[in-house]
Write a protein that binds this ligand. Sequence first.
Ligand code: 0A1
Ligand code: ZN
Length: 849
Amino acid sequence: MKDAAPQTIYLKDYTPPAYLVDHVDLRFVLNETKTRVFSKLHMRPNPDAASEAFFLHGEDITLIAAKIDGTAIDPQIDATGLHHTVPNAPFIFEAEVEINPSANTALEGLYMSGGMYCTQCEAQGFRKITYYPDRPDVMATFTVRIESDLPVLLSNGNPVEAGDGWAEWHDPWPKPAYLFALVAGELVNHPDHFTTMAGKEVALNIWVRPGDEGKCAFGMQALKQSMKWDEDVYGRAYDLAVFNIVAVDDFNMGAMENKGLNIFNSAAVLASPETATDANFERIEAIIAHEYFHNWTGNRITCRDWFQLCLKEGLTVFRDQQFTGDMRGAAVKRIDDAIVLRAHQFREDAGPLAHPVRPASFVEINNFYTVTVYEKGAEIIGMLRRLVGPENYDKALDLYFSRHDGDAATIEDWLQVFEDATGRDLTQFGKWYAQAGTPHLSVSESFEDGTYILHLSQQTPPTPGQPEKEPLVLPIAVGLLDQRGTEIVPTTLLEMTEASQSFTFDDLQDRPVLSILRDFSAPVILKHTQSDATRAFLLSHDTDPFNRWDAGRSLAQDVLVRMTRDQATPDQSFLDGLAAVLRDDSLDPAFRAVVLSFPSEDDTATALFDAGVTPDPTAIHQAHEALTLYLAQHVQDISPRIYADMTVTGPYRPDAADAGRRSLGNRMLSLMSKLDGGKQAQLQFAQADNMTQSQAALTALLKIGKGADELAAFETAWHADRLVMDKWFGLQVGCAAPEQAAGTARKLTAHPAFDLKNPNRFRAVFGSLKANAAGFHDPTGASYALLADWLIKLDALNPQTAARISAAFDAWKRYDANRQTKMRTALQRIADTPGLSRDTTEMVTRILG
Ligand code: 0A1
Ligand code: ZN
């Protein structure tokens, strides 16, 4: 598939659409290779437009006929769309086009998955269905008629009428084309219903392929919880008579918030105790919530243009994080989010792919569905809420919903609402949206005559295209403890606005112990040299759970850096501190489990790089293995007891309490397996009645080079379950010894169940290869070459997923000359591939720098 010549699009060039669409009538005559789409667009000139040129987007579609106001026309067609002259008054544009869903391997537009028709239109997929002004600031009501012999025919909005071989839908809420959806197939549903706070009945359905009915109950429960939570916390009720969710196996992302018809990657909705882990359940709950919350933050209020993507994504992620915190415990959720942010977003912000939360330009918008737009976008909202306070936040959100309902809005609109609701000037705060890079916050302290002064300075390193950085508004939550661990200054929010600033605390008796950036109040990198003793003190005494964990985390990171760099042994006091947390039965097991888990090998590579040392992934891996062994030995007297204490009896429940117990128990299992040759893990695998326990046991075995029999048994048991088989593929690559990772991945690509066209399967192999840091960076370069080979193959079929996975190479410049050369060669080979997509070309060009 050949793209039109790549073009850079700039935020500063935005102009309003020349023509608006008030209403759309669509008729689909479905056919696997020759689907006909009949469209009737009720259009009018936009009074606010600068130009009169008439243009409709359209790609990979064949025009059969077109009319304006009933008269046939012969428009000019090019690779990007259709041009013609139109009346200077309201008019009706009609088209008949033909498309080929079965040839659509890019999974954008209308495509086939497992025998069903489905669509994906965000960001710019609707133009592959018919000619249309495919931009989010053109919003219309839609009526859709689907003609097909398939029994289930779905589209957005409410059902109007259906007969033998057809169904009609009407969506009364004006929406941009990216929220359009259609599904047709032999599907079965898991029905339920919900009564809104206004007393309106909503029919709820999760539609799946026959055989998957038993995996819907949890998703449905999460949907009802999300609907209730959005009413209770944000005052937002659902606004149609039906809410449909459909599970599809072939999907580029997690899920999609199409109005009234959410389409989900089956991995993001289907779960049963036997097939899904606790982590899968939690993720499903969060994604169901995320897509549902988009109904207000994304659909009722959408984005003016794709540069404003964070307007809907940052806010919706923030809302789903709040939801998970409420459902499962805010402290552990905050820790989990910080782990993800630091591991992935800080890495993105520090490398060649760094971009502002609201980018200023792009070539392919699909490359900007990033951790920066999503997760850093959510952090900005969290900072705003901290700065204005929860009540003002609620006031501002109410104003946002009332002022902008039905709008395609901008970040300026969003900030204006906060200014109007609170009277606060947000000019400087707004820079968070425009400035890329993670601020580094340096901290020093002084204490004299009862006065404690905190000296802070912020500095953001340069990022591509942004050499100069300005100071940002940083909300910094601090608390002060005395030497016994009693809080003498409770959590206080400092607002830093300058490059350097000091904050004074008077009338203290003794030098306090600082607990800074509590609850991770701003997404910054702390440059703070607290002694090991102080961090150990905070690990056992801090009243802020985030900082308590973070103190242990930072100690562990230093230990791992020293072990890698100097072949040091871990300090006894560090191991004692971890053992003390482990023994403390008053602590939540989930919290103990996160304290007991170490930074990733990639985190250690970053820490070494930041310390001016070229990271050697092989040495890092050895240090991590060694530390795990030291810890296993250090706690071996208590680990069997804790493992046994964490046993969960009764039927499997994926709630936070039971999941926390399993999490700590399985951390113990992984430590015990380092010493018992995998005996306990074999036993657990044999006895497990749920996937959390069997996957944890299998992982523990694979990590000590065992588990061949269990792996074979797993395949025999689950070969017919696509989602479980993704785990089977992924675990082998993820747990392989470094020198075997590339070979394992290569072998699995030859397995009959490997399917290049299925993004989940591709990610299972190659996402896991990237996650196996020492294996990916094996000095022979075998993994780099293998990934390049397969990205080239995938790009020809599915540019979007190929481009996303190519980011695995983004940190290439921080490694040694041998690895750098081999990664650059792999990247160059991808870049030089004839016919490479716009998506992957943009990514590898940026990565090569
Ligand atoms: N808006 C969806 C994510 C999404 C984005 C792009 C897609 O295809 C290119 C698909 C889904 C969300 O935030 O969940
Ligand atoms: Zn989203």
